[in-house]
Design a protein around this ligand. Structure first.
Ligand code: ZN
Length: 248
């Protein structure tokens, strides 16, 4: 903790986390670097990792340079190495996963938008079933925040194959969207805030941040909906709550 090394720029940060997402707990740094490099590594191709959206993101860098980027991600606490037996595996830290789950949720919603724009209606939403619960609920939160009833038919399809707890949340969101037009602004605010409490869930481990103003460590509250915007995604605050309030 208390690390002062700057994180990589946003675009790189997100690209590396996205690359890592397909091999969490299954491969190490060098496979991650190979995806980002866009290499024709045999094992990489066997695993179908060339379909990862970040494949070839760093195609103009040497493998050593890409490896240095990966190590920078580890030093700045977005990824870490855990051992599975003797094998070092890449896993994301709470901080890395908080960013990545928000990005993945956004990706899924964009896919829905494309389907809707092209008149595609999926037969089933089974593909969402085994996904990470926190990420799934974040998709629902994003759907809710649009206030757009166009998602209701998709929610109905999703509800059929979802687990019970998720089903209940899907119903609440569909219900809110169907009543959106009859709600005043203040009531809508209240409904989204209320539902945010069950849709944005805490990670297993806390995320620590160093305040840029006072230098103290503080715990980042990932359940605060104010940190999520549709345009910018998840943002970590630079200042601790005390400094923000002017008391630090
Ligand atoms: Zn502070």
């Amino acid at each position: 903790m208390g690390k002062r090394i700057r994180a990589l720029p946003d675009a790189e940060l997100r690209a590396i986390l996205r690359a890592a997402d397909d091999l969490i707990g299954q491969a190490g740094r060098s496979m991650l670097a190979n995806i980002l490099k866009g290499s024709r590594n045999k094992k990489l191709l066997e695993l179908g990792l060339e379909r990862n959206p970040s494949y070839g993101f760093y195609q103009d860098l040497s493998l050593e340079q890409v490896m240095a980027k990966v190590d920078h991600m580890i030093k700045t606490d977005f990824l870490e190495i855990q051992y599975s037996g003797k094998l070092p595996m890449i896993v994301s830290t709470p901080r890395g996963w908080a960013l990545e789950r928000e990005r993945r949720a956004e990706e899924f919603l964009q896919e829905w938008d494309n389907w809707i724009a092209n008149g595609v209606v999926p037969v089933s939403m089974e593909y969402l079933k085994e996904r990470n619960r926190g990420m799934i609920l974040l998709i629902l939160y994003k759907v809710l925040c649009t206030g757009d009833p166009k998602y209701i038919p998709f929610l109905a399809i999703w509800e059929r194959t979802a687990f019970k707890k998720v089903q209940a949340e899907i119903r609440k969101v569909a219900d809110a969207l169907s009543r959106r037009h009859e709600m005043e602004h203040a009531e809508w605010e209240r409904v989204t805030k209320e539902q945010a409490a069950s849709l944005i869930v805490r990670l297993e481990d806390p995320i620590f941040q160093v305040c840029h103003r006072c230098g103290e460590l503080f715990i980042f509250d990932e359940e605060n909906p104010a940190h999520y915007t549709r345009e910018a995604g998840l943002r970590f605050p630079d200042w601790c709550p005390e400094c923000v309030e002017g008391k630090g």
